[in-house]
Design a protein around this ligand. Structure first.
Ligand code: MG
Length: 203
């Protein structure tokens, strides 16, 4: 499986990092070794001094597809979950300055914690999904998919023009504003609506 991540899909987040708002989706990938599941702890990597959380709605692809038309994209996922796109912001800033790829800042081991998935049928409106992150019991980030610039269908259609999708692939759909640094001993709780789907500690 592979993990595809959309960047700059929420206008306010693009602005907080001084990035231009894109006309087309921006995506990058993480390898399967980035996946962190079963509420296992995240170990703060020693190559960064500024690891930041990005809370994101995650789609699970359920069938093979390439060159998917937007009108059919909804058939390619039937589960929705939540995850954290951990980012070594200091390394990313250096790479961006030099115009180099982001992998060392984005694709490292355990950089993609993912929680329990819910059936898509449980959601009345995919363009109105609230999600949030608590760290040590305090709300640190909140979002709603109504603020996405590119819909789930648009993302699937766009990505599949370049990369074939397979069952089990995950798509991180971008983070809203409010990203920030993490500390060792932080306790993460991640929610869709009121439902806690992911929980882990930073060690
Ligand atoms: Mg992200």
């Amino acid at each position: 499986m592979k993990i595809i991540c959309i960047g700059r899909n929420y206008r306010e987040h693009a602005k907080e990092l001084n990035n231009a708002v894109p006309e087309k989706p921006v995506f990058f990938m993480k390898p399967d070794t980035a996946l962190l599941q079963k509420n296992n702890p995240f170990f703060y990597p020693d190559f960064s001094k500024n690891v930041q959380y990005e809370t994101e709605i995650v789609l699970k692809i359920n069938r093979n597809g390439r060159h998917i038309e937007e009108q059919f994209a909804h058939k390619y996922f039937d589960e929705i979950g939540i995850g954290i796109d951990f980012t070594a912001r200091d390394l990313q800033a250096e790479q961006k300055k030099k115009g180099l790829p982001w992998e060392i800042a984005k694709a490292f081991d355990q950089s993609a914690p993912v929680g329990k998935f819910l059936p898509k049928s449980q959601f009345a409106d995919l363009n109105n999904i609230k999600f949030s992150l608590k760290i040590n019991g305090e709300i640190r980030q909140q979002g709603n998919t109504e603020d996405m610039m590119f819909s789930f269908d648009r993302i699937i259609s766009y990505v599949s023009q370049f990369v074939s999708l397979k069952p089990g692939d995950l798509i991180f759909t971008g983070t809203p504003a409010g990203v920030g640094p993490i500390q060792i001993n932080d306790h993460f709780e991640v929610f869709i609506g009121e439902e806690k789907l992911l929980e882990f500690n930073v060690k």
